[in-house]
Design a protein around this ligand. Structure first.
Ligand code: FAD
Length: 276
């Protein structure tokens, strides 16, 4: 099976050891020739410097680096400064998000939704940046209805986004249906599935509850049944994710975007199995 475009997502490390680990992760993933690597951004600017440093280091290693940027809690002026910094360093690819305000931070900021950020970036920088936005095949947990969320997605794309990356999912049908619905509403831009390898039961259930991704019962029950047997969880997780990715690739997805959590192994094994 030939692999579509691959991309990897990282978070900015907070310690010297984390930075070293991420360097090693990139070395392990480089042979997969990723189209780009993205770096998350803490809403409210909490990781601003870390995101910039990580992105610049990746770019200096020759990777196409795409910083995430969220608008919630931010002023236009602060967003303007960040975008100017990226531009000055030759960065041409961003992931534009609303983000979630950390608890205790009250102010929404000057741009309320991701579509407002996309409009702002286009107004200030024309076509300099390739803009990705987030898509939710199982719908964003705060959306009023699936239809309203789909309409929001269409609004973001029409505001000037070039492509989208989805929240992770374990129901491929939800992804296919979402892409079909978007096509029917006139969006033909690539909608790349986000892939979250399964490596840790508790963490997976916690993340999924927060972001509204459904873990099918047969998967959660099997994972739960493995208890502390990390090797069994790893092996099962790899089989499940590889099978989902095989189905996605067989159906012609425009890419696979891996949520690596700064570890190479699971994403690498899945890619190798797909291309083997
Ligand atoms: P939006 O598209 O603005 O949507 C947010 C909610 O508002 C949705 O429920 C939507 O339906 C609703 N909505 C939108 N427009 C309107 C409107 N006009 N009227 C009424 N309702 C509306 N978070 C981070 O903090 N940092 C990151 O680096 C990060 N990276 C991510 C990468 C990907 C690929 C994905 C899928 C998510 C990422 N997130 C990140 C999480 C994201 O910030 C949250 O899911 C956040 O809650 C929504 O961001 P958004 O850009 O999708 O928001």
């Amino acid at each position: 099976m030939s692999l579509p475009k691959i991309s990897f997502e990282f978070f900015p490390p907070k310690t010297a050891a984390g930075t070293e680990k991420l360097r090693a992760t990139r070395v392990q993933l480089a042979p997969l020739k990723p189209k780009f690597m993205s770096v998350t951004f803490g809403a409210g600017g909490s990781t601003q410097q870390g995101t910039l440093n990580t992105v610049l280091e990746m770019a200096s290693e020759g990777f196409e680096a795409a910083p995430h940027l969220s608008c919630i809690g931010a002023s236009k002026e602060s967003l303007r400064c960040i975008l100017m910094q990226y531009r000055a360093h030759g960065i041409r690819h961003i992931v534009a998000l609303r983000g979630d305000l950390p608890s205790g931070m009250g102010e929404i900021g000057e741009l309320r939704y991701a579509c407002d950020l996309v409009t702002f970036v286009r107004a200030e920088h024309s076509d300099w940046f390739h803009i990705e936005v987030a898509a939710y095949p199982e719908y964003h947990p705060q959306s009023k209805s699936p239809r309203a969320d789909l309409e929001n997605f269409i609004r973001k794309m029409k505001a000037g986004a070039n492509s989208a990356i989805t929240q992770y999912f374990y129901n491929a049908d939800a992804y296919f249906r979402f892409v079909d619905d978007a096509h029917k509403l006139g969006v033909d831009a690539p909608i790349v599935p986000g892939i979250m390898p399964i490596t840790n039961y508790i963490q997976l259930m916690r993340f999924s509850k927060m972001c509204g991704a459904e873990v099918p019962k047969w998967i959660s029950r099997r994972l739960e049944g493995f208890g502390d047997d990390r090797e069994a969880i790893r092996a099962f997780g790899l089989d499940v994710m590889t099978a989902i990715c095989e189905r996605l690739v067989a159906n012609g997805v425009p890419g696979l975007h891996f949520y690596t959590l700064n570890s190479a192994v699971a994403s690498k094994v899945i890619c190798e199995r797909l291309s083997g």
